[in-house]
Ligand binder design. Structure first.
Ligand code: ADP
Length: 425
C-alpha cells in the first residue's frame, strides 16, 4: 500500500477514493475502523463518521484507523475532510491532525481543502466557495458546522496548540523546488501546519508533488488528484489504466431510493416517465400496518425477471413534512431506512447483483444490512459517485453497488448507472 486515507465521513471517503482511481491507483474503501487485516491495494480509504462527534472520540477512531494503515505498510497518510473545511471551534480537524502528527512523529503538514474543479479555492489562506468567501456562502447557516470565518489560518489556529502558517500561491506558482524551500523555511520558523493556497489544478499538482514525501497530508479530495503522478515520478508505482475496471456481473438489477432531495425527486420522476417498473414505500401505510417491507419485497422480486425495478420512498418536501409531523422526524426516517434496507437485502438474496442506492443515510442503512465492510472502487458514474464492488459475507458472492448521496447526478442517473454496469434497459 502506498497511500492510507482516513476520511471523516462516508461520502467524502468515496469522493477521494474515486479521485485516486481516476489517477490510476487501485483503491479499496473500508467502512469504519477495520476489524482485521486490510485488503491489498495501492490505496486504502477508511471511511469514518467523525466530523461532528466529540473530539476525543474522533481522535481515538482516527488513531485506530492510522494503526491499521501503518500495519499494512502505508507510505503516506492522508487525513481527508470536507472541501468547505466543515468543523466546529473545537475541531475536529485540529485535534485529529495533532494526534496523527504526534503518532507519526511528523513535525510538519499542510492543510488544503481546495478543489478548484468544484469551485473551492484557497487564496492567501482564505477559502472561497465559487465567488463567495466561505463565510458569505450557504455554509454560514450549516446546522452542525456553521462556517463564519473564511480565514483558514485563523480557523485552524483556534483548533490546535501547534503554530499554523501559510504556504502562499505565488510560492506554489514558482514550482516544486521553490515550494519545498518555502516549506523548509516555514519549518525553521516553527510552523507545524501550513494552510496551502490553491486556485487551480496546476497548484494542486505542484503541492502534491512538493509534499509527496511528508508522512502526513491533510486536505479535501483535491490534493489526491496530484499524488498518483507524484508517486509515479518517484518510481513507487505505475499508474494503472485499468484501475477503475470492475468485473462484469450478471443477474438482475434494482434501484432503491430513500433520498428526498430535489435531484433524486427528478431522477425518480424520470424513471417513471420512461415507463419503468416502480414500487412505492409509504411511511404512513408502513406505520399503520397497511404496507409491510416483506410484501413490497415479494412484489419487487416477482418483477425482477422483466427488468430492473425502482423501490422508492422519495417524496416532495411537503409530503415529507406531513409524515414527519405525524410520526416524528427520527421515527419516520428510521422506519423508511429500515424498510428500504430490508428490501435491498432481500433483493440481493433473490439474486440482484447490481444495485443503485439513492441517499446518504439510506446507503449507510443498506450497506449495513448487507454486512458489507469493503468497497472496491470502480469508474465514476458522475463526479463523486463511482460503481463499487463488494463481497457478500457468507457465500462470498460479488455484488456491485452505486451509492449516491442526495443531490448528486443528472436527471437520468439511475438508467445511466445501470447501463454503465452492463444492464440492458
Ligand atoms: P440524502 O442523501 O438526500 O440526504 P438520506 O438517505 O441521507 O438522503 O436521507 C433521507 C432521509 O429521509 C432518510 O432518513 C429516509 O429514510 C427519509 N425518508 C425517505 N423518504 C421519506 C418519506 N417519504 N417521508 C419521510 N422521510 C423519508
Amino acid at each position: 500500500m502506498i497511500l492510507g486515507v482516513i476520511a471523516d465521513d462516508f461520502t467524502g471517503a468515496t469522493d477521494v477514493a474515486s479521485m485516486l482511481v481516476r489517477a490510476g491507483m487501485h483503491t479499496v474503501q473500508v467502512l469504519g475502523v477495520p476489524g482485521g487485516e486490510l485488503p491489498a491495494a495501492d490505496a486504502v480509504v477508511i471511511a469514518l463518521k467523525t466530523r461532528t462527534i466529540a473530539p476525543a472520540d474522533a481522535v481515538a477512531q482516527s488513531l485506530a484507523a492510522l494503526a491499521a494503515l501503518r500495519a499494512a505498510g502505508a507510505r503516506q497518510i492522508y487525513f481527508k475532510y470536507c472541501s468547505t473545511f466543515d468543523s466546529t471551534p473545537q475541531g475536529n480537524i485540529g485535534p485529529v491532525t495533532d494526534a496523527l502528527m504526534a503518532a507519526l512523529g511528523a513535525d510538519f503538514t499542510i492543510a488544503c481543502p481546495a478543489f478548484p474543479e468544484n469551485g473551492r479555492t484557497v487564496f492567501r489562506g482564505h477559502l472561497f466557495v465559487g465567488d463567495a468567501l466561505l463565510s458569505d456562502s450557504g455554509m454560514r447557516h450549516h446546522p452542525l458546522t456553521p462556517m463564519t470565518d473564511a480565514n483558514l489560518v485563523r480557523v485552524l489556529q483556534a483548533q490546535t496548540a501547534q503554530t499554523v502558517g501559510l504556504l502562499r500561491h505565488d510560492v506554489i506558482d514558482a514550482g516544486v523546488p521553490t515550494a519545498q524551500d518555502r516549506i523548509a523555511q516555514l519549518r525553521a520558523e516553527g510552523v507545524k501546519i501550513a494552510v496551502a493556497d490553491a486556485v487551480s489544478n496546476a497548484h494542486l499538482l505542484t503541492l502534491a508533488d512538493a509534499c509527496a514525501e511528508l508522512p502526513l497530508l491533510t486536505a479535501g479530495s483535491g490534493v489526491a488528484l496530484g499524488l498518483p503522478p507524484a508517486y509515479a515520478r518517484r518510481g513507487w508505482f505505475a499508474p494503472n489504466a485499468n484501475a477503475a475496471e470492475l468485473e462484469r456481473l450478471q443477474g438482475p438489477a434494482a434501484v432503491v431510493s430513500g433520498s428526498c432531495s430535489e435531484a433524486t425527486n427528478a431522477q425518480v420522476a424520470r424513471w417513471m416517465a420512461a415507463g419503468r417498473a416502480t414500487l412505492k414505500i409509504d411511511p404512513l401505510a408502513l406505520h399503520e400496518g397497511r404496507q409491510t417491507a416483506d410484501a413490497v419485497l415479494a412484489q419487487a422480486t416477482q418483477t425482477l425477471a422483466q427488468g430492473p425495478v425502482l423501490i422508492y420512498a422519495t417524496a416532495t418536501p411537503e409530503s415529507v413534512r406531513a409524515v414527519q409531523q405525524a410520526l416524528g422526524v427520527q421515527a419516520s426516517g428510521d422506519a423508511v431506512e429500515h424498510a428500504l434496507a430490508h428490501v435491498a437485502q432481500g433483493l440481493v438474496q433473490a439474486g440482484v447483483r447490481r444495485l443503485v442506492v439513492a441517499g446518504g443515510e439510506t446507503s449507510g442503512a443498506v450497506v449495513q444490512a448487507l454486512g458489507v465492510r469493503q468497497l472496491r472502487i470502480g469508474a465514476a458514474i458522475c463526479p463523486g459517485v463511482p460503481w463499487t464492488q463488494s463481497t457478500l459475507p457468507g457465500k462470498g458472492e460479488a455484488v456491485q453497488l452505486a451509492l449516491k448521496s442526495g443531490n448528486f447526478g443528472g436527471v437520468d442517473f439511475f438508467a445511466q448507472a445501470l447501463q454503465q454496469a452492463g444492464v440492458a434497459l
